[in-house]
Design a protein around this ligand. Structure first.
Ligand code: NDP
Length: 268
């Protein structure tokens, strides 16, 4: 797998899975566009990436909830490199709230996890059609299950929407030679739980619980997720589109993916 001269946009690249994905692409000689709000962290990730193969990433400080900043990401990338080959829609947040807790967390989470991805993807697609590129959406196993204790209702709904978005646009873009897939991780050790409002010790409790419950007896590392993402955008995965890949240390049937994709084709 060689990504020499491939332009890769990664949202949420300032930490966790996004940062690990940046490093994995850097190892394959990709040219990176790193997007996030925390510029200091983005620059740290950029430096790590540059140290790998000497290719300097473009750092773009942007809030994905601002439409003009999404347009700025695309404009700046095109001005710098003239093309886009790969889009990794990794940005994501959660916020606690069940059906009795009002609409606030729904609006916040859906805006970041679905609306921003819909808009950015629509802005990038013309360039991906030209480059015959590819998209990976970072979803979650919670698109298919609900943990009552967490009450991450909006989050689960947003990731279910993202999975179906993946399938629908995979079909829309298939004749243009653009592939679209999603990955669905279980718990990964990042700053995600703390960003959601849990304390460090509460986050540790969640990891411990997952580790105990998971048949493989461990939790997922960001690096493992990043390697799957890189694979899905590579030529080795040229026959894979509209698929969701679960990475969670748990046993889950891949048949779900096949049934879901065929239902989209059937409806069309
Ligand atoms: P992190 O909290 O480490 O990363 C989230 C990233 O999103 C950060 O880089 C953050 O950057 C960025 N971000 C958040 N809001 C905005 C915004 N409004 N504009 C721009 N960037 C934003 O968590 P993870 O790495 O774990 O999460 C990455 C993805 O993985 C998410 O989509 C999440 O849902 C998914 N996931 C995570 C799991 C886990 O257990 N960790 C499990 C399953 C899925 P900044 O602060 O610089 O804005």
């Amino acid at each position: 797998m060689d990504f020499h001269n491939k332009i890769v946009i990664i949202t949420g690249a300032s930490s966790g899975i996004g940062a690990a994905t940046a490093e994995s692409f850097a190892r394959k000689s990709a040219t990176l566009v790193l997007v996030g709000r925390n510029e200091e962290n983005l620059k740290k990730v950029a430096k790590i990436c540059q140290n790998v193969r000497g290719i300097q990433p473009l750092v773009i400080k942007a809030d994905v909830n601002a439409d003009d900043e999404l347009k700025y990401i695309v404009k700046k990338t095109i001005n710098a490199f003239g093309k886009i080959d790969i889009l990794i829609n990794n940005v994501g947040i959660t916020s606690a709230g069940g059906i009795r807790d009002g609409i606030q967390s729904y609006d916040k989470v859906m805006s970041t996890n679905v609306r921003s991805i819909y808009l950015l993807t629509s802005l990038v697609v013309p360039y991906l059609i030209t480059s015959k590129g590819s998209i990976v959406n970072v979803s979650s196993v919670l698109s298919r299950k609900y943990i009552r204790e967490f009450k991450w209702l909006a989050y689960s709904v947003s990731k279910a929407a993202l999975d179906h978005f993946t399938r629908c646009i995979a079909l829309e873009l298939s004749s243009d030679g653009v592939r679209v897939n999603s990955i669905n991780p279980g718990a990964v050790k990042t700053s995600f739980f703390e960003a959601s409002g849990l304390s460090e010790s509460e986050s540790e409790q969640v990891y411990k619980m997952c580790k105990k419950r998971n048949p493989l007896g461990k939790i997922v590392e960001s690096e493992e997720v990043s390697e799957l993402i890189v694979y899905l955008t590579s030529d080795s995965a040229r026959s894979i589109t509209g698929a969701s890949f679960v990475i969670d240390n748990v046993i889950l049937s891949t048949a779900i993916k096949v049934v879901a994709l065929s239902s989209v084709i059937f409806i069309q």
